[in-house]
Ligand binder design. Structure first.
Ligand code: ADP
Length: 420
């Protein structure tokens, strides 16, 4: 089945056309600055290895979707003869609120329920709705499926998802831990479970998955089910991130609002966009921070390639390493054991120093890192083992692949539809 995987943002639309049987990706691309001046498409046809980049007017997501279909069916840059070859569309949806616990087929009722998720992730939900409606407009005959980032976390027990605020907050406003990056945690933990099974461990598997990117979350996964995760009611909870503060004493929120005269919206913006790596160092990209640390405290300034202050860069990463270690330790306790740690996403897949720091601080769990293997695991497309053969816990780098999970779920739901 040919599945078009769509990830709609407020002014962007990312897509991949995937054969769900062979899991071959035919094409991928992104439309950016939709509804603005200078909107453009960057499209790659991966079988022929050709790329097409062009500024094209796109006043809304439906325009962008029409251009995507034109690209996919283009004789030179496309990979299918006509739109009829697209069997299904799978949408990435950031927040399923209290309603969605698994992937679903789009229907008018489902769209209504998704509209009810606006409160939980306003910008994302609005963008997803635009993406869904754009597909309905451009290819009304093609079934659409929604795959939620929150769904994999819905197996958490009460003690993990319930916040000790008054009970009515849960009843009235559905305040609870929902988590995020679920599709990524699901993919990498699935790969890790297969590896454990091959090593003879099939029962009571205990895995901690560390998705460390611009946004970061850590999950405890026992027997394939999430039992806890670091992101919470929103993706602001948990560890320090590129621009988000993660968990802080809640009293700091009202204290800063009072001192700075911030409204709730402004405070929300501050915590989401002006904290984390950016707040501490002035830079939100982990590569810049790493560069400052490697340059050392006495390196002369480089006006052509400015970098963060050494002391602040060190501080920023010390906090990060410490917090990741604390989560892994806590989750090992929550599961009463640990079989494997997985590192994934931009930082998890590419930062050997962070992985080494975190794991060497957990040697009491019997974790041993293979330094050479760990140092080699940078920008590698394949699953790599980072622990030694004598390590009591497996440590792996597993490149995440949320699109494959979306394509698989979409194909499953749509093929069942065909059987009815
Ligand atoms: P997002 O949450 O936006 O999907 P990513 O998973 O792409 O984020 O992660 C972005 C982070 O990963 C950035 O901080 C970036 O510095 C880091 N990163 C990406 N590639 C590398 C690399 N080759 N080496 C070190 N860090 C990297």
């Amino acid at each position: 089945m040919k599945v078009l995987v769509v990830n709609a943002g407020s002014s962007s639309l990312k897509y991949q056309l995937i054969d769900s049987d062979t899991e071959v990706v035919f094409a991928r691309g992104i439309c950016e600055r939709i509804g603005q001046e200078g909107s453009e498409i960057d499209h790659r046809q991966l079988i022929k290895g050709v790329r097409y980049q062009k500024e094209m007017p796109m006043s809304n997501h439906a325009d962008a979707m029409r251009i995507v279909v034109d690209m996919l069916t283009d004789p030179a840059f496309g990979c299918i003869g006509s739109m009829a070859e697209i069997d299904a569309v799978g949408h990435r949806v950031v927040h399923g609120g209290p309603f969605f616990v698994e992937s679903v087929l789009v229907s008018p009722e489902v769209i209504k329920e998704l509209e009810g998720c606006r409160d939980f992730a306003p910008l994302h939900t609005e963008a997803h709705l635009m993406g869904i409606k754009a597909c309905l407009e451009v290819m009304p005959q093609v079934p659409e499926v929604l795959v939620f980032d929150t769904a994999f976390h819905r197996t958490m027990p009460e003690e993990a998802y319930f916040y000790p605020v008054s009970y009515d907050m849960y009843e009235k406003y559905k305040i609870r831990r929902y988590g995020a990056h679920g599709t990524s945690h699901r993919y990498v933990s699935g790969v890790m479970q297969d590896i454990l099974a091959k090593a003879g461990k099939t029962k009571d598997t205990k895995i901690v998955t560390c998705h460390l990117g611009n946004g970061s979350s850590i999950s405890a996964i026992r027997d394939g089910k999430v039992i806890d995760t670091s992101m919470g009611f929103t993706p602001l909870d948990g560890i320090e991130m590129g621009t988000r503060c993660g968990s802080i004493d809640p009293a700091i929120v009202t204290y800063i609002m009072d001192k700075k005269g911030f409204t709730p919206d402004r405070m929300n913006e501050y915590m989401n966009k002006e904290c984390g790596f950016l707040g501490i160092t002035g830079y939100n990209d982990a590569r810049d921070i790493e560069r400052a640390i490697l340059a050392g405290p006495n390196a002369p300034p480089d006006p052509d390639n400015p970098r963060p202050d050494y002391y602040r860069a060190r501080l920023c990463f010390s906090i990060l390493h410490y917090q990741i270690k604390k989560y892994i330790g806590a989750y090992a306790a929550a599961m009463n054991g640990l079989d494997a740690i997985v590192f994934t996403a931009g930082i998890g897949e590419n930062n050997p120093r962070l992985r080494e720091e975190v794991c060497s601080g957990l040697s009491f769990l019997g974790i041993e890192i293979d330094k050479e293997a760990n140092d080699r695991a940078v920008r590698q497309p394949n699953v790599l083992k980072l622990s030694t053969d004598t390590s009591k816990v497996f440590v792996y780098m597993i490149p995440t692949n949320e699109e494959i999970v979306i394509a698989r779920d979409t194909a499953k739901i749509v093929s069942e539809l065909g059987k009815k």
